[in-house]
Design a protein around this ligand. Structure first.
Ligand code: ZN
Length: 234
């Protein structure tokens, strides 16, 4: 009995705990920020969502800003027009898994299949080759790490905290303005129950970037430019 328990604990540590420590906490092989002094990245997770994503796109369009949408494969399939619109308007789609189940909650084959279906959905529907992956809640396992070989694994350097119960558009702008540094990858959401608040913060955020001379670019643009100038996450 004891060897079985020991073996199960060992498997759990190697396949679940170690990836979180190495990739999430220590940031090994994961991009959290770029190094271009006049650029920042806005990233929006959990969409596309017909209630909010169109408004995000309208506001970004007014400011001529580009962003990265970490979409769920299941929602790309459900709202193909939105996924297409994201790409047509010059933004980037990154993958955020298939249906936002916790990466530890699914068997390996389901995680791998979900990521593969999501990649094909973005290729087929939006006509864009996905280059980025951010796991739900930023949680890694051995399975989502292996299933995303060939993609850039991206987390964030500045969480917008739009998910907090007492978040307001003003609190989001204030928090980000206080902590903002050039090269930041900012985490926000266009597909959460609170995303109506997030989108109201968007004009204030874009004005803040403008005042500081920061241009918003997609994560792939930041990666390509950072590759030329030096190390990530510095
Ligand atoms: Zn998410």
């Amino acid at each position: 009995m004891i060897p079985v328990v020991f073996a199960l604990v060992l498997v759990f540590v190697v396949t679940m705990v170690m990836p979180v420590v190495l990739f999430h906490l220590l940031g090994m092989g994961v991009i959290k920020r770029g190094r271009v002094s006049s650029w920042v990245c806005l990233t929006f997770d959990d969409g596309p969502d017909p209630r909010f994503t169109p408004v995000f796109l309208d506001v970004l369009g007014e400011y001529g800003a580009r962003a990265t949408f970490f979409c769920l494969g299941e929602k790309v399939l459900r709202y193909p027009d939105l996924a297409r619109r994201i790409c047509e308007e010059g933004h980037e789609i990154g993958l955020h898994g298939f249906d936002h189940r916790h990466p530890w909650a699914d068997p390996p084959w389901r995680v791998v299949r979900g990521i593969s279906i999501s990649i094909s959905a973005v290729q087929r529907i939006a006509g864009q080759e996905p280059r980025l992956y951010r796991p739900p809640w930023g949680f890694w396992s051995l399975w989502n790490w292996f299933a995303t070989q060939g993609l850039h694994r991206v987390l964030w350097s500045l969480p917008g905290k739009d998910w907090l119960r007492n978040a307001t558009p003003e609190s989001i702008v204030e928090h980000i303005a206080k902590s903002l540094k050039p090269g930041d990858v900012i985490l926000l959401h266009d597909g959460g129950r609170y995303s109506g608040i997030t989108v109201e913060s968007l004009p204030g955020l874009l004005e803040t970037f403008k005042e500081r001379g920061l241009r918003t670019v997609t994560v792939s643009e930041m990666i390509a430019a950072t590759d030329r100038v030096g190390t990530f996450n510095a």
